[in-house]
Design a protein around this ligand. Sequence first.
Ligand code: SF4
Length: 377
Amino acid sequence: MRKNSIYIHFPYCLRKCNYCDFVSFPCGENVPDLMEYYLKEIELYQQKFGRKKISSIYFGGGTPSLLPSNVIEAIIEKIYRLYDVDDDVEITLEVNPKTVSDKKLSEFYKVGINRLSIGVQSFDDDELRFLGRIHSSDDAVECIESAKKYFENINCDFIYALPNQSLEKWQKNLEKITKLDVKHLSLYELIIEPKTPLWLWVKNGKIKPISESVAKKMYEWTNHFLRDKFPQYEISNYAKKGFESRHNLNYWNGGDYIGIGVSASGRIFDGAKHFISENPKNIDEWKKNIDGEILPIKPLSKKKRAEEMLIMGLRKNNGIKFNEFKQNSGVDFFDMVDVQKFQNMVKKKFLILCESSVRTSVKGRTLLDAIIREIIK
Ligand code: SF4
């Protein structure tokens, strides 16, 4: 049976971070109310595609922890009413440490959230200021400690390879988080995205990005350091056994997801066809669509969907199982690749080919984008 997830995008933050190119808008203390739009959009999808079985729900952003718990509760209730929700559904909320109190965390727990993803990014206050985060290292520790009273399943996000960051500084961050008993880590290399303040600073010569060789060393050290504590299961994700993110695994395994909210996208298989949905990035346009009961859905070719699944699948440590790939995409894996180039990557030990699956080697993981570009037909 195909797995289905629901993603809800909340597009507001108290302030914009210096590296951020997500669809998020600074709102200060006046958090806009989008609840009726969310409820309506959830209903429109159910009317269009029926009562799907839901295995995970994810509130992302932006800063969805700015939402009052009663709004989260209303959304979860609506999903339960209209969909067939798994008994052990995973419901994640992204949290900015500065936006929650102990009381608010307990309320999130009571309304059904069972996994938190806390944006820590660094335990170094200078690095946090550089990134433009609104919280301090102490705020993050306090948030993690409070969260542990109510939640067992906690992820923390970190960013590494900052300009001027030494390997030692990054090591300190990781050593500290492994002592705080969380269950999952998402560790992302800093990407300088166009048009962000960071990008302007690089352009004006105010800062210099870290060298590729130091970034690579950090990644390799991370994988080595976490090997026994938090086994890596995706290129940027590490988890204690049994705490891998079900929601993200569904994306990477080529499952379906319904995207709710401004800029959210979705992939839905309905009978014999794949569909893609892409919501407008502009809030007024998104609202106008919902008011007019318009869902921006288009058919997606089997080949395009298979290409996405190939790109995502090779990010996972256990790679792609050929039978699952065929089942989810409708396309044979070997029809998607240039077989000679693929074999060449296997020969060079960038890819590990087994009878029923293929995965990326440790060596191949640092070159994944180039490998995919090379093998895809
Ligand atoms: S909190 Fe997250 S979404 Fe908001 S501005 Fe910062 S990085 Fe972007």
